[in-house]
Design a protein around this ligand. Sequence first.
Ligand SMILES: [Zn+2]
Length: 319
Amino acid sequence: MRLAETVTFAGACLDRAAWARSEPEKIAKLMAEGTTRVLPVWRGKPLFAGDEAGWLQPGHAVLSEAAEAPVFLGIDEGSARFAVDISGWTPTEGEAAQPGVFFDPTVQRHPALPDDHRFAELRGVMANLTRVDAEMVAAARSILSWHRSHRFCSACGAPSEVANGGWQRDCPVCATKHFPRTDPVVIMLVTHGNSVLLGRSPGWPDGMFSLLAGFVEPGETIEAAVRREVAEEAGVRIGAVSYLASQPWPFPSSLMIGCLGVAESVDITLDPVELEDALWLSREEIARIFMGDHPTILPPRRGAIASFLLSNWLADTLD
Ligand SMILES: [Zn+2]
């Protein structure tokens, strides 16, 4: 797909400067430079300043809340970029966060920051970020989430330590090295003639529908995962499968693999655990949804690959 790398979180080609990761003195030198900027993330919420990423200068009071070494993200136009997890900080004012909900609309403010700075859900801001900030914020959210959930060695249970500029954890007891995970997820634009298959999971906000999606299982190809997921969730048989585009999806560590799946059957049999509803929608109905003119279905979230694939299907730009 020619437009593949125009999806949100893609196409920036950030210089990740991996050469610096293995040398702590180089990381320390980069951290001390005046042009360096650091992004704090609080319990999965990056800092934003207005509609931009909330980069801070090294030494800023907020960054002292970090419990572990910063992650070196890379170099953007000569400026080294880092991310730190300040999840240990407890906000003393403002709204209480709503962990575990589909989309936490609350924001948290730190007293050492200006009023337009807040920790917020990335889903609500992602489509407004510059391309390179989107990549860096996504990487920061994903890798810091991994550090938070992998603090102990999975081989022996001992506390592990941040290594390699934040892209690894080492066990000081059994010497096992642990690397960050990326979980492949297939997301399918399932078509049958002039129609496309949408579904909604239990618990989603009213009116929200999307393309079917699911994790690739161990020992499975992308094509097999597409066919299995659609058969399991909706009972629809898929023939030809082709790759369209991918999107890093840092909630917390997925890689969405967008595929086109051509349906060979149309009858829908729901798996009620996975899907609350599924339906075939014509090109005209999808156009109405995007215009916000559909009586029951909301437009897909801007920035998500489902919206990207559907809009390109409408525009006939999947090639
Ligand atoms: Zn160990």
